[in-house]
Every structure is written in structure tokens, then in C-alpha cells.
Design a protein around this ligand. Structure first.
Ligand SMILES: Cc1ncc(COP(=O)(O)O)c(C=O)c1O
Length: 399
């Protein structure tokens, strides 16, 4: 018996693969500050639970494959706030943003087709694209440049006759980088010139700081037929367990073909769609407090990071991640050491080493991602532990 080459070539999530060391550390009585995973501690709005509690039917039936119409309408109305003319038919409800991405790549890619992605990128993209038979072609970004990627020449350099799409996350995971309007225009023009799709993963849209504008690629009228938006309640409403996301596109050919996949998996969970409808119907003022909280966390964590000698870090404009380049040869080795050998007062820290977020072999060895999803004191203590750990690591002669 044989497994496919496709699945064997896939990697395990670098966000989760060091968990075994964290579990061992905890079994030995150490407290581990988890700065590695994007699971927010912000309370899910009560409206979700209330809506689910009020469900009053004797049968929990299948829903429409495209989603509950009231949820499609609530999402269409949400997009109208951004000046976008989105209707029910432009919204397909999926099992999280994850399924939206899988469906999109299945719709767009034939074997060997290429997708351009700025690296470092959210690692699961590699899995979704490989499963669809495609290939990730990275557009490399640098810590020293704040991980910016909207340079037409750099993008065009890697376009081939197999390139089908530019896929991006804005605001970015893992970099926290936010595109300016001018940068969005650069990407739109490259896509037009080379007849490419733009897959805009905007699951962090509301988390834009320092007064930055919340945007969507769907606002660019001249490219609306080539834009596919990925959205989700997971981060936006701190409802990761609801598993509700969507594909939003004005391109009806894409939407109609994605519906074949949606019908194949029957439907999304009915109760979660009911809860998600209540979330999308919340007053937009809901985001003010959440955004202020994340912004304060970002500032606190950044201030603490900058106390680490030899660090390279730029304050990101959005999402809830911050990239750090450390004066070590391998952020993976340092992490394993922090979890197995180090503690300060019985405490240590875990982050996500970033090597596995790059498509280019050998890049990102000295970089890591911190998710600022915990309360401020814990974030500051976590980064302090990294600094104290690094001092000790160097004292012991590690590089
Ligand atoms: C950029 C990005 N896209 C999509 C997802 C998928 O999220 P979900 O399937 O929970 O909507 C995540 C989750 O971390 C993410 O960071």
C-alpha cells in the first residue's frame, strides 16, 4: 500500500510541532508562556451564545451548501460598510477561512500551476496549495524592510506562464505588515498586466493600528472580477471554535464552481452559522475596544522586545503577530533549549520559530513569531524570559 507523494511532501505545522517539548516542560512543573499560537483570549461576544441558545427546532437539519441565507446577507451588509457592493450570491459560507482557501486553490489550480506568495507566509498555505496540486512560489521579504512586498519588479521577476494567482494576507500573518492603498494598487496592476487572480486573505481586517485604514481588495473596482476574498469569524470575533468563514467574490464563474465543492461537503454546521450571523450583525463599535486592547499589547510587547541586545524588529501595523530576528544561529534550537534546559523562577516561554513559514530553503533560521494574544503582563514576562534565556544561552557558549 502506498501514500501519495503529495501528502508525504507536506510538512507538519511549525506552530504546533514543538508542543511535545512544552508538554514535557509542564510535566516537570515549569510554567510555559505560550506566545506561539494565534488563539486570542478575548471573550467571544455573548450574542453568539445567545443566538445558539435561542435555536428552537426539533431537528438539527442540513443547511444550504452555500450557507444560511441570513448569514450570507449579514456578511454582505458587513461588506457594504467598506463601500463594497456585495450581495448574497457573492458570499459562500465555508468551514473557517481554512476551507475557503482549500476550495479556492482547488478551483484555480491544475497540476504544476504556481501561486505567488510573499514569504514568510502562514504555513498552512503550503498544505492547501500542495493538496490542490499547485506550487508555492515565494516572493521573499526582509525583516530590515519591515517585510514589505509590493514591489512590481520583485513580483514580476518570479511570474512564469504557470503563475495563476497572487495570494496574500492583509494585515499579514506572520509579519503584521499592512499594505497601503498605493501598495494595493501596485499589486492590482501586476495582476491585471499578467492576468492573475488575487486571493486576499483579510481575516485580520479590523486589526489595523495607529489609525491605519481598514481596507479590502474588493474596494478596487477595476479588478473586482479577479479578486477573491477570504474571511472568517475566528480572529475577528474571537470565535475560532465556530469554524465559520467565507469566500467572497464578484466573479460568478468562480462562485459557481466553488459551489460544486460546497455541495460535495453538504453544508457548514447550522448552529455555528446561527451564532456567526449574530456576530456579523454586531454594531461596528464592537471592534473599538478590541482594537485598542491589541494595540496596547503590541506596544507593550514591542517595547520589551527592543530591550533584547542585537534584536531586529519593526513595529507591525496590524494583525496580532510580531516578527523578531534574534542574534542566534537557529531560533528552533534556541526554542528547544528554552523549553528543555532553561527556566527563571520555574517559568519559560514558547514562540513560533519561523523557518517553516518560508518557502525558500534556509531562510528565517534566526527569526521567530510572537502572537500577542495574551494579557499584557504575560506578554511582557514571556519576552523577558526570552531575553534572560538568550543571555544564559550566550554565556553557555551557544551561537
Ligand atoms: C492568515 C490566516 N488565514 C486563515 C486562517 C484560518 O483560520 P480559520 O480556518 O480559523 O478561519 C488563519 C488562522 O490562523 C490565518 O492566520
Amino acid at each position: 500500500m502506498k501514500l501519495s507523494q503529495k501528502v508525504q511532501a507536506m510538512q507538519f505545522s511549525p506552530i504546533r510541532k514543538f508542543n511535545v517539548y512544552a508538554i514535557e516542560a509542564k510535566e516537570k512543573g515549569k510554567k510555559v508562556y505560550h506566545l506561539n499560537i494565534g488563539q486570542p483570549d478575548i471573550k467571544t461576544p455573548k450574542a453568539f451564545m445567545e443566538a445558539v441558545k435561542n435555536f428552537d427546532s426539533h431537528v438539527l437539519a442540513y443547511a444550504e451548501s452555500g450557507g444560511l441565507v441570513q448569514l450570507q446577507d449579514a456578511i454582505a451588509n458587513y461588506f457594504k460598510r467598506f463601500g463594497m457592493d456585495i450581495e448574497r450570491k457573492d458570499v459562500l459560507i465555508t468551514n473557517g477561512g481554512s476551507e475557503a482557501l482549500s476550495m479556492i486553490y482547488t478551483c484555480l489550480l491544475d497540476y504544476g500551476d504556481e501561486v505567488l506568495i510573499p514569504e514568510p507566509f502562514y504555513t498552512n498555505y503550503q498544505t492547501f496549495i500542495s493538496a490542490a496540486g499547485g506550487k508555492v512560489v515565494p516572493v521573499t521579504t526582509k525583516a530590515e524592510e519591515g517585510y514589505r512586498y509590493a514591489y512590481a519588479d520583485r513580483i514580476e521577476k518570479v511570474i512564469t506562464d504557470k503563475t495563476r494567482a497572487i495570494s496574500l494576507v492583509n494585515p499579514g500573518n506572520p509579519t503584521g505588515t499592512i499594505l497601503t492603498r498605493d501598495e494595493m494598487r501596485v499589486i492590482a496592476d501586476v495582476a491585471k498586466k499578467h492576468d492573475l487572480w488575487i486571493i486576499a486573505d483579510e481575516v485580520y481586517r479590523e486589526f489595523a493600528y495607529d489609525g491605519r485604514e481598514m481596507t479590502s481588495f474588493g474596494q478596487l473596482e477595476d479588478i473586482k472580477e479577479r479578486v477573491i476574498i477570504v474571511d472568517s469569524v475566528s480572529k475577528r470575533f474571537s470565535a475560532c471554535g465556530a469554524r465559520i468563514g467565507c469566500i467572497v467574490s464578484k466573479n460568478q464563474e468562480l462562485m459557481s464552481n466553488a459551489m460544486k465543492l460546497a455541495q460535495g461537503r453538504l453544508c457548514c454546521p447550522t448552529l455555528d452559522m446561527i451564532g456567526a450571523t449574530a456576530l456579523y450583525e454586531l454594531d461596528p463599535s464592537y471592534f473599538n475596544e478590541v482594537r485598542t486592547e491589541y494595540e496596547a499589547r503590541r506596544d507593550a510587547v514591542y517595547e520589551e522586545i527592543m530591550k533584547i541586545p542585537g534584536v531586529v524588529c519593526q513595529k507591525p501595523g496590524g494583525a496580532f503577530y510580531i516578527m523578531v530576528k534574534l542574534p542566534v544561529e537557529s531560533s528552533e534550537d534556541f526554542l528547544v533549549w528554552l523549553l528543555t534546559e532553561f527556566d527563571d523562577g520555574g517559568e519559560t516561554v514558547m514562540y513560533a520559530p519561523i523557518q517553516g513559514f518560508y518557502g525558500t530553503e534556509g531562510l528565517g533560521r534566526d527569526e521567530l513569531r510572537i502572537a500577542y494574544v495574551l494579557k499584557k503582563e504575560d506578554l511582557v514576562r514571556g519576552v523577558e524570559l526570552m531575553r534572560l534565556g538568550l543571555e544564559k544561552y550566550k554565556e553557555l557558549g551557544y551561537k
